[in-house]
Design a protein around this ligand. Structure first.
Ligand code: PEP
Ligand code: MG
Length: 331
């Protein structure tokens, strides 16, 4: 079985009906890079940059960050890397960021609804400026995209985009070589607000990536980190699926690339449903890539579309799960 999965590495991620899919890897730590190379992933669809700020006394400066990004981008040898600016706040704390002036300690008793992600970066923009500059400097090393976490409104996107362009102009003035076109700036869709406003966001974001880990939490009002309510945390709840569908259709209507990078992207039983909803691009734990590839190669788009059609009529997660399991069992 290991060998068979290994051979898949060089085979294309294509449905039996011919449509090409993109299967990329999520990266949390640079130590995972060799695994990604072995997995057959066609790039990094989500580079979580929190590792730069973990266990660190101070934030790595612009040039240090640029060197780290350039090394990762270079390793991908022409495959694209999507770098997400730091998604801090909520329950996650960083000494380095606090020393850099990011005060994550708000007055809130609901940290997940408080200062986190993009809103935290916009409140204390020096960290974001440094990260934008480092990514731009590293962008000569290969194809790269820049992604914003925890977006809830188009106003945040505009503010971040203005800053991105300001940083690029500053670098150009200083004679830093940047390509003619800047790396695309896109957003995570991981709040219900972003999914519902997908049409407005897709006009201004150059790409979208659905983050179902947080989208599930915010849609179902179930803390993703709480054992108490873990049995209520269902990424396949019909409410979550409807938001995935809405965001996907909004992006496709405007020809914006859209991908999905939550945990469910690595589940071979779930991906056929997501393909049926119109998604073509997925980013997952590297170790999941071969199994997902094997599953999709056996399916036609028509199969996936029929599955999605049936699933979207379900009103509860038990029925959704049964439909998906029956489909996987070939029933
Ligand atoms: C998500 O929320 O689905 C996601 C991919 O981001 P993270 O898991 O890093 O919050
Ligand atoms: Mg998230």
């Amino acid at each position: 079985e290991r060998q068979a999965l290994g051979r898949l590495r060089r085979l294309p991620a294509r449905l039996s009906s011919g449509e090409k899919l993109q299967l990329q890897a999520n990266l949390e730590l640079p130590a995972e890079l060799p695994l990604i190379a072995q997995s057959g992933a066609s790039g990094i669809g989500l580079l979580r940059t929190e590792f730069l700020f973990m266990n660190a006394m101070t934030m790595p400066d612009e040039d240090r960050q640029a060197a780290i990004y350039a090394e990762i981008i270079g390793t991908m040898a022409g495959d694209s890397t999507t770098i997400r600016v730091v998604d801090w706040g909520g329950e996650k704390h960083s000494d380095a960021l606090e020393r850099a002036g990011l005060n994550q300690e708000g007055d809130t008793i609901n940290p997940a609804l408080g200062m986190r992600g993009l809103r935290l970066l916009l409140r204390y923009p020096t960290v974001l400026e440094t990260q934008f500059a480092a990514i731009l400097k590293a962008s000569v090393a290969g194809p790269v995209r820049v992604m914003l976490p925890m977006v809830t409104t188009v106003l945040e996107l505009r503010e971040a985009r203005d800053l991105y362009h300001r940083v690029a102009r500053r670098l150009r003035r200083k004679g830093v070589p940047l390509g003619d076109t800047l790396p695309p700036l896109g957003i995570m869709v991981e709040t219900p607000a972003a999914a519902i406003m997908g049409d407005a966001l897709a006009q201004e974001a150059e790409f979208l990536a659905i983050g179902t880990n947080d989208l599930t939490m915010y849609t179902l009002a179930v803390d993703r980190a709480s054992a108490d309510v873990a049995s209520l945390y269902h990424p396949l709840h019909p409410a979550v699926l409807r938001l995935i569908q809405a965001a996907t259709e909004a992006a496709l209507r405007q020809y914006r690339p859209i991908s999905l990078c939550g945990e469910i992207a690595g589940d071979p039983r779930v991906v056929p449903l997501l393909v049926g909803l119109g998604l073509r691009s997925f980013s997952m734990t590297a170790s999941a890539v071969p199994r997902v590839k094997r599953a999709v190669r056996a399916l036609s788009f028509e199969d996936c579309r029929r599955l999605a059609h049936r699933v979207m009529e379900a009103s509860d997660v038990v029925e959704v799960t049964r439909l998906i399991d029956d489909f996987a069992a070939g029933a």
